[in-house]
Design a protein around this ligand. Structure first.
Ligand SMILES: O=C(O)CCC(=O)C(=O)O
Length: 272
């Protein structure tokens, strides 16, 4: 870590549901990702979400998304398992252990007209617990013009489980349970709780798995590449949720059990 996490930052994560940490990740951890990102897009490890948003035009700039790149790329794996992101997350979650749920690559090409619709991450994982979060790591400068995330402060503490949506549409995934995400964009109810940050490579944000967030389209001429990494801490348990695809090895017999290998690889153990 370039510096320790402060108590104010830990408090901000838990009270607001999101914290921004500027200049905390030495950018050498990002250097190897340029090639890995192109490989992931070119090799079919990502999908273009445009058609899901109803855009069948092959000429629209894409929104490419993929998961579990740590399994095939040493640069992604090093970021998730060996980089300063690990002690940062342990400090914020106040957790002695960490396990990896997944990493995601999220690339909005210049002009990609697709919003990331508001959602909370916990609806997408078969996990419950307080110590569960997502780290969003920009690989390019990000701001409102090119699709930086926006969060609803405090939404993780409202006791609501939201249904996952199709990410680029508000349509909830079939057979999932919970509340439908309310209209956030432009709603006066949420306006004074919306927060967003202009970010540079080396800055990261960390949000709680229940914090509502979304992102605008990329209306700029610059790319917006980002990696999200989702970690589970000490109190995380498997929680099988209807309507979601189930990863290999995760069956009903594990419902309620603590997360761990081989389904969630260990990132940090209390003795390391
Ligand atoms: O990068 C994006 O547009 C969305 C990212 C996101 O929602 C997430 O990683 O949880």
């Amino acid at each position: 870590m370039t510096r320790p996490i402060t108590e104010a930052e830990v408090t901000s994560f838990w009270s607001e549901g999101v914290v921004v940490l500027r200049g905390i990740l030495p950018t050498n951890w990002l250097a190897g990702l340029d090639e890995a990102v192109e490989h992931a897009i070119g090799s079919g490890e990502t999908a273009n979400l445009g058609p899901i948003a109803g855009d069948s035009s092959t000429s629209s700039p894409g929104f490419y998304a993929g998961v579990d790149h740590w399994k095939t790329s040493t640069a992604f794996s090093a970021l998730a398992f060996d980089s300063p992101v690990v002690p940062i997350v342990a400090s914020l979650l106040r957790s002695r252990h960490l396990w990896l749920w997944e990493d995601s690559l999220l690339v909005k090409e210049p002009g990609a007209p697709f919003e990331t619709k508001f959602h909370s991450d916990d609806g997408y994982f078969h996990v419950s617990g307080e110590q569960v979060c997502t780290v969003w790591i920009p690989l390019d400068p990000a701001g409102p013009h090119n699709g930086a995330l926006r969060w609803v402060r405090g939404s993780h503490n409202e006791g609501v489980s939201y249904r996952p949506n199709l990410f680029v549409t508000d349509e909830p995934l079939p057979h999932t349970v919970g509340s439908v995400v309310p209209e956030v964009e432009g709603s006066p109810e949420f306006a004074d709780r919306m927060v967003s940050y202009d970010l540079e490579p080396g800055d990261i944000t960390v949000h709680h798995a229940r914090t509502l967030h979304g992102a605008p389209a990329n209306a700029s001429t610059s790319r917006r590449r980002a990696v999200s990494i989702r970690y589970c801490g000490d109190d995380a348990r498997y929680c099988i949720k209807p309507g979601l695809s189930v990863r290999e090895g995760l069956d009903a017999s594990l419902d309620g059990h603590p997360v761990g290998p081989p389904i969630c690889p260990a990132v940090l153990s209390a003795t390391s």
